[in-house]
Design a protein around this ligand. Structure first.
Ligand code: C2E
Ligand code: MG
Ligand code: MG
Length: 684
């Protein structure tokens, strides 16, 4: 039984207590009134709906009806309206009762506004997470334990180009793995047991394209710890992988020809060498190729055509080889080939022959047929080679030899070449010091006027008095000096010394018209300040420009063109004369001669030496002389070695001659003695 204290106890209960009948509060405790900000007295005068938020009234009365109609005890929430008009959240635990013979509802009421606020917050977080997952750029997929897709986000749908209903609920492998890979991939996935956390897999899109995705996968587990599925986050790395692959490709290939570049070639070569060291036996070879006279094509037809030629050569080289071999472009007009496996060393030579043959047909560049050839150096790989650079170096040495022997040929490396190359290196070191140590000398060869039989001038010819090797002739070091650029200081010294000497002889022997011939290498001639340099030397030494003859070679005219003609004109305007040396050995055609302001043709020794041996010999010299006459050029016959030749030249009315038969090149003292003695050669 309730004791008397009970109502008091109820008044102070934590929860509100109500008894409702016909929308009226039959009973409310003090706590409930307090929850709404009314007094118990005031509440008794209100109708129940007045305390309920307008929108919640239908729902609440629905609940009440259900309860009264016999539904078991239940609870629901609604928004209550306080006396001050504010709303708060109540939870009612209601039960149908009978009060004074009529149905009524008794309720325990809790203020749940704090809890509701909390719930709203967590619901919001869930929604945000879902939104994030749905809208992020990363691909998100949830799968159940059987590999069926439970969820996938928009990014995933975008990448695969499929609709949500084509993906969700479907088997992952059937949906995304190309048919031919499905069995294998499914097997691999199951075999992994524990799925790999980080993997890369391709997925097939609706268009049948494959996209490479980097996946982060975690296993999802149920409350018993069993795997219930997986969650995967992916990034589409198709483009970045392509870019990376392109970068790698570009780093290892030549952009012009698309062939492997030096880096890749050296890499393959070092692998092949390593293989050789592990298991000797088979042969491999390196071919080093250089396009003959590429500079001429480039300068005459332009760089665009030059590039086209290189590309075309690259194609032909590739066509001459087997798939396993590597053709690379090292740069410029240099190519290398690695023959991975040749039956014998002579087979490598056969490949080189095949290449020469393959390049024999003309190339069509801008509608013009161009013939091009290559020189090839061949080095055979041995396990004894320390590194790939050494093999390449030897192939290069052999190439150098092939070029020196007249291009368009292939030469195999042998050790003597290496010795020569080493010797050349020593020579270069020595040559660098030669100037400082005053080891260079000039010898002078008389130039004879055949009309008077007297010396008309001298040609200065440089010599090197090497401390160990004695007198070294220019043929042995001028090419090296050209290659290394040392020709510039050497040439400058020669010019000063020759001019100084000429002026001295003129003064001492009273020969004001004595001429001095000085050889200029193409490199020297191409110096931008050449004209100023020469003018300076003449000023310094006091030699008249009329007494200086500059000897140039045909290759200078061939390879350089307009700039050369300009410099020549300037020099000639000063009164200096330009002689074309070794005429007939180069490739110059008559049209070249027209274009350049030349004074003299020096007929090469190879023609002069044929005089007398054949009828033709004399005829050729005669022809050159009439050519010179028609172009209004002087003539000097070089390399006159016999009395016979001299006689024939006189008959041909050749005005000047030079040669061992007349005098070898001699030291300055001897030359001065010749001049002083008034030596003359019998005139007709
Ligand atoms: P070059 O200008 O044609 O000089 C003529 C060469 O033929 C000289 O060789 C000379 O000694 C040689 N010679 C002259 N008469 C005869 C002969 O009757 N028979 C034979 N067999 N040879 C004869 P050298 O002095 O050895 O010079 C060779 C080349 O080196 C020169 O050919 C020239 O092109 C170059 N050279 C010499 N001195 C210089 C120089 O100071 N500067 C440059 N750039 N080149 C030079
Ligand atoms: Mg000369
Ligand atoms: Mg000559």
């Amino acid at each position: 039984m309730l004791n008397d204290e009970f109502p008091d106890l109820m008044q102070q209960a934590i929860a509100g207590l109500v008894l409702i009948q016909d929308d009226r509060f039959v009973y409310t405790n003090a706590r409930f009134a307090e929850m709404l900000g009314y007094s118990v007295e005031e509440l008794s005068r209100l109708s129940v709906p007045e305390t309920i938020h307008l929108e919640d009234r239908p729902r609440v009365s629905g609940h009440v009806r259900d309860r009264l109609a016999g539904a078991p005890r239940g609870h629901w929430r609604f928004r209550a309206v306080r006396k001050d008009g504010s709303t708060t959240h109540f939870e009612v635990h209601g039960k149908a009762v009978v009060h004074v013979g009529n149905p009524a509802l008794s309720g325990i009421i809790l203020d749940v506004s704090d809890r509701v606020a909390e719930e709203i917050k967590t619901q919001g977080a869930d929604r945000k997470l879902r939104e994030l997952l749905e809208n992020m750029e990363l691909l998100a997929v949830l799968q159940d334990a059987d590999g069926r897709v439970e969820f996938c986000n928009q990014a995933m749908l975008r990448v695969c180009g499929k609709g949500r209903d084509e993906v969700v609920g479907k088997d992952w492998f059937d949906t995304f793995v190309p048919a031919q890979d499905r069995v294998e991939r499914r097997r691999a996935a199951h075999q992994d047991g524990q799925r790999k956390a980080q993997t890369e897999h391709e997925i097939a899109t609706a268009e049948g394209e494959l996209r490479l995705i980097s996946w982060n996968v975690i296993d999802l587990r149920d409350e018993h710890g069993a795997v219930s599925g997986s969650a995967s986050i992916g990034v589409d790395i198709t483009e970045s992988r392509r870019t990376a692959e392109k970068l790698l490709h570009d780093a290892l290939h030549d952009s012009l020809t698309g062939l492997p570049n030096r880096a890749l070639f050296m890499d393959r070569l070092s692998h092949r060498l390593a293989l050789q060291k592990r298991r000797q036996g088979s042969v491999f070879s390196v071919l080093f190729l250089d396009v003959d006279r590429f500079k001429v094509v480039n300068d005459s037809l332009g760089h665009v055509r030059g590039d086209e030629l290189l590309v075309a050569i690259g194609h032909r080289l590739s066509a001459c080889l087997r798939p396993g071999d590597t053709v690379a472009r090292l740069g410029g007009d240099e190519f290398t080939i690695l023959l991975e496996d040749v039956a014998s060393e002579s087979d490598a030579v056969k490949v080189a022959d095949r290449i020469q043959e393959g390049l024999r047909a003309p190339f069509l560049l801008g509608g013009q047929e161009v013939f091009s050839g290559v020189s090839i150096g061949i080095a055979h790989g041995h396990a004894q080679y320390a590194g790939p650079e050494d093999i390449l170096r030897d192939a290069d040495t052999a190439l150098y030899r092939a070029k020196a022997q007249g291009r368009a040929r292939s030469i195999e490396f042998d050790v003597s070449m290496h010795d020569r190359a080493v010797a050349l290196l020593h020579l270069e070191t020595d040559l660098r010091r030669a100037l400082d140590r005053r080891e260079l000398r000039l010898h002078y060869q008389p130039m004879i006027s055949l009309a008077t039989g007297r010396i008309s001038g001298a040609e200065a010819l440089v010599r090197w008095l090497h401390p160990e090797r004695g007198l070294v002739l220019p043929g042995e070091f001028i090419p090296l000096a050209e290659e290394t650029g040392l020709i510039l200081p050497i040439g400058a010294w020669v010019l000063v010394e020759a001019c100084r000497q000429a002026r001295q002889w003129q003064d001492r022997l009273n020969l004001p018209l004595l001429e001095m011939g000085v050889n200029l290498s193409p490199k020297q001639f191409m110096q931008p300040d050449l004209v100023a340099q020469v003018a300076g030397v003449l000023r310094e030494t006091g030699l008249s420009p009329r007494c200086l003859r500059l000897e140039v070679t045909e290759s200078l005219l061939m390879d350089n063109g307009a700039r050369v003609a300009d410099s020549m004109s300037e020099l000639r305007a000063m009164g200096i004369r330009i002689d074309l040396d070794d005429f007939g050995t180069g490739y110059s055609s008559l049209s070249y001669l027209h274009q350049f302001p030349i004074d003299t043709l020096k007929i090469d020794r190879s023609f002069v030496s044929r005089i007398g041996t054949t009828e033709d010999g004399t005829q050729i010299v005669n022809t050159i002389m009439s050519l010179a006459a028609s172009l209004d050029l002087e003539v000097v016959a070089e390399g006159v070695e016999t009395a016979e030749q001299l006689a024939a030249l006189r008959v041909l009315n050749c005005p000047y001659a030079q040669g061992y038969h007349l005098s070898r090149p001699i030291e300055s003292g001897q030359f001065e003695a010749l001049l002083a003695g008034g030596r003359s050669w019998p005139s007709p």
